[in-house]
Ligand binder design. Sequence first.
Ligand code: SF4
Length: 299
Amino acid sequence: MKCRVGPHGVHVFDRRTGLNVLFDEVDALQTEWARAPRQVSIALTNACDLACPFCYAPKTTAVLDVARLCAWIDELDAEGCLGIGFGGGEPTLYRRLPQVCRHAAERTGLAVTMTTHAHRFTPQLIDALTGAVNFVRVSVDGVDATYEKLRGRPFAELVQRLTQIGQTFRFGLNCVVNADTLPGLDAVADLAASTGAAELLLLPERPARGRPGTSPHAVAALHQWITNYRGPVVLTIGEGDSGALPTAQPLPSETGLRAYAHIDAAGTVRRTSYHSAGERVDDRGVLAALDRLQQKGIA
Ligand code: SF4
């Protein structure tokens, strides 16, 4: 269990189960509030062996140094962060991935998650990550031919990987939603239910590399689909994509950089991976870079 003090009281989090408990009767002084964001995503490398059409990951070569990375993880843990999410590029292409996950699991109280295409989740990698990763997010934007067209890998292989991942880790599916993938959402939700996924994260496509992103019409259709969904899988959506949907907001004063930040594979901290403004994390550490970012008015 890890405790985080903030404007809403004391937040207790269990990384093994994902359980959150908020003691909102505790009125903590502002000087006691955690300084780190609640969650930080970290792109370990820009490398990826797929070529998805909607990919917005930078295509420049960049990879994080393992010693710097472990120092940042320690700092975030000490300053009240609850969890880190590794991504990329493809995080399983980061050679020291098991070492870094094990460092976080054994030396800190942080929850470790990662976002992956899953095709490199061999039994050997699963063994190496067992006990060191709390949640795996697998990118799946359609089934059968839709999946194979977008990701360029056999759908049957994906299902096999999901089965193997589900035997060891809690996991969820991440689905990029656009006009092409919208008609297949029922099938993706069915896949999530049949493979035992704990949640389905819906991600409207962002404008990038000359692609316009999901149209307002498709976003409205997505919101309608969410409203009508009656299946067993928990649906989640990003803070900025929820529109008028009745989402749970247990910590309304803990938003912006208090809630979330992203560190890219070049070592620059940003509000999210979609924001262009950033601050390089230098020897002064992540919190100092976040302070400089805040001073720029990026909250
Ligand atoms: S798997 Fe992810 S990082 Fe790789 S190309 Fe596809 S969207 Fe980009």
